[in-house]
Design a binder for this molecule. Sequence first.
Ligand SMILES: Cc1cc2nc3c(=O)[nH]c(=O)nc-3n(C[C@H](O)[C@H](O)[C@H](O)COP(=O)(O)OP(=O)(O)OC[C@H]3O[C@@H](n4cnc5c(N)ncnc54)[C@H](O)[C@@H]3O)c2cc1C
Length: 402
Amino acid sequence: MSSVRKVIISGAGIAGLAAALALRQRGVSVTVLEQASQLREVGAGLQIAPNGSRVLQALGLGEAVEAVACEAAAKEVRLWNTGRRWPLFDLGADARARFGAPYWMLHRGDLHQVLRTAFEAAAPGALHTGVCVARAETLGDAVRVTAADGRVFAADVMVAADGVHSAQRRSVFGEGAARFTGLMAWRGVVPTARLSPALCEPVGVNWVGPGGHVITYPLRRGELLNVVAIVEKPEWRSESWSDAGTHDDVHRDLAGWHADIHGLIDAMDVPYRWALLSRPPLAGWLDGRTVLIGDAAHPTLPFLAQGANMALEDALLLARCLCELGDAPAALARFVALRLPRTTRIVQGAADNTHRFHNPLLSDPATAATYIDREWEPTRVRQRYDWLFEHDVTRLPLDPTA
Ligand SMILES: Cc1cc2nc3c(=O)[nH]c(=O)nc-3n(C[C@H](O)[C@H](O)[C@H](O)COP(=O)(O)OP(=O)(O)OC[C@H]3O[C@@H](n4cnc5c(N)ncnc54)[C@H](O)[C@@H]3O)c2cc1C
């Protein structure tokens, strides 16, 4: 029997809400504390690969997510200046056949809404907005959580799902060695009604170029196209999700890129920008009965599109550990031991992709073709991605000897 009856979660993002729902579905009493006073539609696209969609299906959210997702048919690589295309991998029915689960492309706001609606139906009144968690202390068999407004909450376990700027991570592990990468991301959403049919085919595209890359993929049943452009911009240091720029800024940063890219920039609603910081993986995520999950535990560069997938994996596996292993401290230790090697490998793999996507050989179409043929050769692509998509936290044995 589980010794965990009550859990407090700080942060109602993707990790926090998914963990809250998974725990509630297992009979645990959950309180979620979210600093934002209103949960609005912020953010843009997220890619949910089979390792993440399996979790959403296990939470009973398959149909609700499918209603707002886009299941692209394939991904391809395109060269920044000529626009030449190379296949990357097939998705759609091929992903379902190979991995037993879909590859969904979603607006973050849509996924967030599905998780929130499901949790609020399962635990009415358990999500508190406008409550900023200030600290958590383990006192014997309990954890005491204090909010910035002085309110105090108690539980058996506290889950810090408070995102990339996690206060909990800072207070336990210090500021860490966040390193500015010299890269900045532009992101925008384009209503596909504004685009020519050629620009809104149901495929995800990785445009690669010297010193930059652009990712595009369809969202919300194909009604929107997500556009993220990564450029070298050492002077931009803000890591916020809501710093707006102008269309002219984006055109300037992508001067010389293919006309399709400039057409997409023109059609964007508001271009937002954020600086990309890289953080070395932590050696542990535990402080007494408080555990970090999601971006709080393993902030990553977005170059493997695994941030939200890792958050979903964490959420379900944590709920399984707490409810199937009984003793809370042992369950938390087991959770961290199961997750750390995989998330560390993902964080490092995402950092490695920076060099792959921005290689100087891409500047000349002749050297670029040989380089792309080699780097995106099908066997190498499978080696880089299959281990990510095959992982199944819904069935992973929790017992180290199993
Ligand atoms: C506003 C926003 C927009 C985003 N947009 C994109 C995007 O366009 N594309 C993309 O790939 N990823 C985006 N992300 C990141 C993506 O959601 C995460 O990488 C991933 O889903 C992991 O989720 P998470 O739950 O760990 O963190 P997050 O989704 O970042 O959620 C963390 C939550 O914790 C809350 N919080 C923080 N501190 C406290 C505190 N002290 N007390 C209580 N609550 C706290 C935050 O308000 C937030 O709701 C965005 C995140 C945010 C917050």
